[in-house]
Design a binder for this molecule. Structure first.
Ligand SMILES: Cc1ncc(COP(=O)(O)O)c(C=O)c1O
Length: 424
């Protein structure tokens, strides 16, 4: 079994993060739990910043991918802005110390209440709203006018480009609910005076997630740049920024992701000479390989065709395999050399056949009750998509920061499960 990721490595037979053995983490904080590496978040951020050096840019972390306060603070302190999609994420970002002027509000269904809160954050309001429909633009304009404010806006362009990713995370096709087409954007630009509460200052896109090729990005950048020119001919002012969204893929084991320098080169090629701010909204790229889900084997159930390893984590803790049939590498926390392997399903205790982390995976036969497994690449859309299904308390989160394990979210209790419920 190879070295799992850049930040989680075997030293001898023990899986470690920055000198901390995962067995130690399990002993101290229990299982299941998410374990993150600070460097796992910071290294790709640094690489992006380095790649974009020389152009005005803002890297807004997609809070939805991992919304733990300590993670947001870590990234804020390292100079990231935040990309939010709800009032709750705005609250988290501000609580973590993100400056409002470095927050971008994305999403197709912002409520008037959320818009007002964002416009009033830190008095000056957030940096910009990515608007996805005419009706939303009209609502934002009214909300801002009523508050005596003017909202900075990017119109989200749906370029009808196939991101060649899982259909549930493709967002840039005509049939998807996201964004406005070219004609709609030009019509809005021509009618900009009818929206006095907003100032149209940018174009944004986000064509999908887990993108592994530069081709769809190049295709959409070409379309964005052409559209920006058309919009600037209509508006009485120049555009101030372009938001290129997130979506850069990571390796979950076999994939060969786009290299960060290659991506930055492409961004510079298309937008480097336009004297505008370039905004990015990476989520998975910064958080995906920064975290693992640590779980203990409860039972080995032996069958002829395949065995089942029943673990103490379940689909409510990490839903990606059930939801998207996503592949996550699973490795033993303690390696045993030269053992035999067997076709194995790694499953959770939930009463659903879809409650699996791996199917038909070749895993060591010696793995048994009490052994620990690490489910890799679980830092993005892991805890942030967790639920209490089957009345399972949500798990703890631990961040290895400067080599020291810190509990950044307590494991929920049974009391937490019924908080807010009324017992009639
Ligand atoms: C508008 C927007 N921006 C950014 C992201 C982050 O995507 P990723 O985690 O693939 O970078 C998403 C993900 O759904 C999104 O919808």
């Amino acid at each position: 079994m190879s070295a799992p990721t850049d930040w989680f490595r075997y030293k001898g037979n023990h899986l470690e993060i920055d000198g901390t053995r995962l067995e130690q983490v399990a002993n101290k904080f229990g299982t299941p739990c998410y374990v993150y590496s600070d460097r796992g978040f910071l290294d790709p951020l640094t690489a992006l910043k380095k790649g974009l050096k020389g152009i005005d840019h803002l890297i807004c972390f997609a809070v939805k991918s991992n919304s733990n306060l300590s993670v947001l603070s870590l990234l804020t302190e390292a100079g990231a802005g935040m990309d939010i999609v709800s009032g709750g994420e705005l609250f988290r970002a501000l609580t973590a110390g993100a400056p409002a002027q470095e927050i971008i509000f994305s999403g197709v269904g912002k409520t008037p209440g959320e818009m007002a809160t964002a416009l009033e954050a830190d008095d000056q309001g957030i940096y910009a709203f990515n608007v996805e429909s005419v009706a939303e633009l009209a609502t934002l304009s009214t909300v801002a006018e009523n508050l005596g404010k003017r909202a900075r806006v990017a119109l989200r362009f749906n370029p009808d480009v196939d991101a060649k990713t899982h259909p549930y995370i493709a967002t840039g096709l005509k049939r998807n609910k996201f964004g406005l087409d070219r004609k709609e954007i030009l019509t809005i630009a021509a009618a900009h005076e009818t929206f006095p509460g907003v100032s149209i200052e940018g174009i944004s896109i986000h064509i999908g997630s887990q993108i592994l090729s530069l081709r769809p990005l190049r295709e959409s950048f070409t379309k964005v740049r052409a559209l920006m020119k058309e919009v600037e001919k209509i508006l009485p002012h120049r555009l101030q920024f372009v938001d290129l969204g997130g979506g850069l893929g990571i390796s979950y084991g076999k994939e060969r992701p786009i290299s960060i320098p290659d991506f930055c080169k492409l961004v510079k090629e298309y937008f480097g000479k336009l004297s505008i701010k370039v905004i990015l909204e990476p989520g998975r790229l910064l958080s995906g390989n920064a975290g693992i889900l640590l779980t203990e084997i409860l039972y080995r159930k032996v069958r002829t065709q395949r065995d089942f390893l029943i673990v103490d984590a379940a689909m409510n803790d990490l839903i990606r395999p059930s939801l998207y049939e996503s592949h996550h590498e699973i490795v033993p926390v303690q390696k045993v050399k030269n053992g035999k392997n067997k076709k194995t399903d790694v499953v959770g205790p939930i009463c659903e056949t879809g409650d699996f982390f791996a199917q038909d995976r070749s895993l060591p036969l010696h793995l048994n009750q009490g052994d620990l497994l690490a489910i890799l690449s679980a830092g993005a859309y892991g805890f942030s998509m967790a639920s209490n299904y089957n009345s399972r308390p949500r798990v703890a989160e631990v961040l290895i920061q400067n080599g020291t394990p810190k509990l950044i979210r307590e494991r929920e209790t049974y009391e937490d499960l019924i908080r807010g419920e009324v017992h009639t």
